[in-house]
Design a protein around this ligand. Structure first.
Ligand code: RB5
Length: 143
């Protein structure tokens, strides 16, 4: 199950991503928001982060205007690794190396065509499982 969340700056792009997920027959849960009326992105980042940590969802996609505020918020949660990606190379690398569990996108940064390719790459790239990457991920959890 994929968790989706956005603010007003990411709402239009979220609709495009939902179209892609529907076409692929991929299940998702949309935690809002539901329009372009201004809202606070931390609300949606927290809902998506919690759904992953509880096991309700496996991965998440968060979208705000830049992808920055929503990813910073999600990354406050221990066990969340939210990666802000603007290209397919970083989307692939963050799955292979960081085992990122949330993809963050900027709805005012990437167009829908590129965003869908980034989502596709993120969802279809497994974690490498390499010892060095597992070791580095473990180190992220301590200050
Ligand atoms: C909202 O205007 C904007 O600040 C938000 O979508 C995001 O870009 C914050 O990081």
């Amino acid at each position: 199950m994929i968790a989706l969340g956005c603010d007003h700056g990411g709402y239009e792009l979220k609709l495009e991503i939902k179209k892609y997920l529907d076409e692929k027959g991929l299940e998702y849960k949309d935690f809002g928001c539901d329009s372009t009326v201004a809202v606070d992105y931390p609300v949606y980042a927290k809902k998506v982060a919690r759904s992953i940590l509880s096991g309700e969802c496996d991965k998440g996609i968060l979208i705000c205007g830049t992808g920055i505020g929503i990813s910073i918020t999600a990354n406050k949660f221990k066990g969340i690794r939210a990666a802000l990606c603007t290209d397919c190379f970083t989307a692939e690398a963050t799955r292979l190396h960081n085992d990122a569990n949330i993809l963050a996108l900027g709805g005012r940064v990437v167009g829908p065509g590129l965003a869908v390719k980034i989502v596709d790459t993120f969802l279809n790239t497994p974690f490498s499982g390499a010892d060095r990457h597992m070791n580095r991920i473990a180190q992220m959890e301590t200050e």
